[in-house]
Design a binder for this molecule. Structure first.
Ligand SMILES: [Zn+2]
Length: 406
């Protein structure tokens, strides 16, 4: 079947740089790394390029077209963080076997009070009524309902909406978060929490959630809270991309103007990426950067995520924004290698996906080849030469392989 050897490329295996070694792919899997070259097999020239594991975006809200777009940017897996099950569960099944889409995992809907966040942002999306739970005794049924739908993990939202420019919305109580953690862990599922203030992050970490889907940014962090997160081994998906949009930093616009980005986006997505929400004050982006540095210093696992959603959530675009997030992380003090780990091996490990996130024999051949060396210059990730998903070549990824004439 489909068998080839990538030669001459530097290899970043998800953790470390291996130097220039051959990587053999057979039947959708990595067959060998640095092994002897079999006779008569097709060769792919990787001279001047770096081969990386397919990238993982650990915070999106997605659909089929978004997964298709993500793949053209070398994002081979997305972790959706809230979608309608009617649309998401069939898509998850389809994406598992469609090599022209990024793969996807999802919590289905999340637990939020009736009328709570993000209902105010989803007006006009035609969502059906979502189930919720108002008392701890109702939480087991909520958790079982999501698992029965096919949820991979559970999500809770503890948010009064003010960072998003809303008046105070009903907010999920700590008792309901605790009950969700208890009922989910009992059934072998993780719980991820949307909480964006010092006060609510304290609550959800005390309740035992596994991960935070954003950095908190309402005010400067406290040393105690950083220690609490580190001691609990809670992981954090910083989503600087959406925080930049919320606080009016023009990060998306710069990305939309990059010649390696705009040919892959429709005019609608280009416009979406160029926009911003600007619903909160700019100093909060500074708080988020300081918090991120403190979390990293404390050894907390940090996972690359963008919050790329649907058209109408400005400042983000599936696939493209992941490269922007990598760059933001290096501006916040990550080395390029640390940023790349946060988009490959770390998210795979924290979400229990043992078949991806690294270039290692036996794992999925989800691969990105970029010209240059992103372990030295992170911006090189966008100089995409080739993308494979499950060993299948993505022709649409090579659309901008050379710079257009000025
Ligand atoms: Zn989100």
């Amino acid at each position: 079947m489909n068998r080839f050897v990538i030669t001459g490329a530097r290899v970043f295996d998800g953790e470390n740089s291996l130097g220039v070694v051959d990587v053999e792919v057979a039947d959708g899997r990595i067959a060998s790394v640095g092994g002897s070259r079999p006779a008569g097999v097709d060769l792919v020239d990787g001279s001047g390029a770096t081969l990386l594991p397919g990238l993982i975006d650990a915070h999106t809200h997605t659909d089929a077209e978004s997964l298709r777009q993500a793949l053209t940017f070398g994002v081979t897996t997305e972790f959706d963080m809230l979608s309608m099950p009617e649309q998401m569960i069939p898509l998850r099944r389809r994406a598992a076997t469609s090599n022209d889409l990024a793969d996807v995992r999802s919590p289905s809907i999340g637990l939020t009070p009736a009328g709570g966040h993000p209902h105010q942002l989803r007006k006009g999306e035609g969502d059906p009524q979502w189930p919720t739970a108002n008392r701890p005794e109702e939480v087991a049924a909520f958790v079982e309902g999501r698992i029965a739908e096919g949820a991979d993990y559970l999500k809770v939202l503890v948010e009064d909406g003010q960072l998003f420019g809303s008046d105070a919305l009903p907010r999920l109580s700590p008792e309901l978060v605790e009950a969700t953690v208890r009922e989910s862990h009992r059934r072998g599922k993780m719980v991820l929490a949307h909480a964006m203030t010092v006060e609510t992050v304290e609550q959800v970490v005390d309740a035992g959630v596994d991960g935070l889907t954003h950095l908190f940014a309402d005010r400067p962090h406290t040393a105690e809270l950083i220690e609490k997160i580190a001691a609990a081994n809670t992981f954090v998906i910083p989503t600087l991309t959406v925080l930049a949009s919320i606080t009016g930093e023009p990060v998306g616009r710069q990305l939309a103007e990059d010649w390696r980005v705009y040919p892959k986006l429709t005019p609608e997505w280009r416009e979406n990426l160029s926009g911003m929400m600007a619903t909160s004050s700019r100093e909060k982006f500074g708080y988020a950067l300081e918090t991120l540095r403190a979390l990293k210093e404390a050894g907390v696992d940090l996972l690359v995520g963008t919050d790329a959603a649907h058209l109408g959530a400005p400042g983000m675009a599936h696939g493209a924004s992941l490269h922007g997030e990598l760059k933001l992380l290096t501006q916040a003090g990550f080395t390029p290698t640390e940023a790349l780990r946060a988009a490959t091996s770390v998210p795979a490990q924290r979400f229990g996906l043992t078949d991806r996130g690294r270039i290692r024999p036996g794992l999925r051949a989800d691969l990105l080849m970029s010209t240059g060396d992103p372990t030295v210059s992170i911006g090189d990730t966008l100089s995409i030469r080739h993308v494979w998903r499950n060993g299948t070549y993505c022709a649409a990824a090579a659309i901008n392989a050379s710079k257009p004439e000025a």
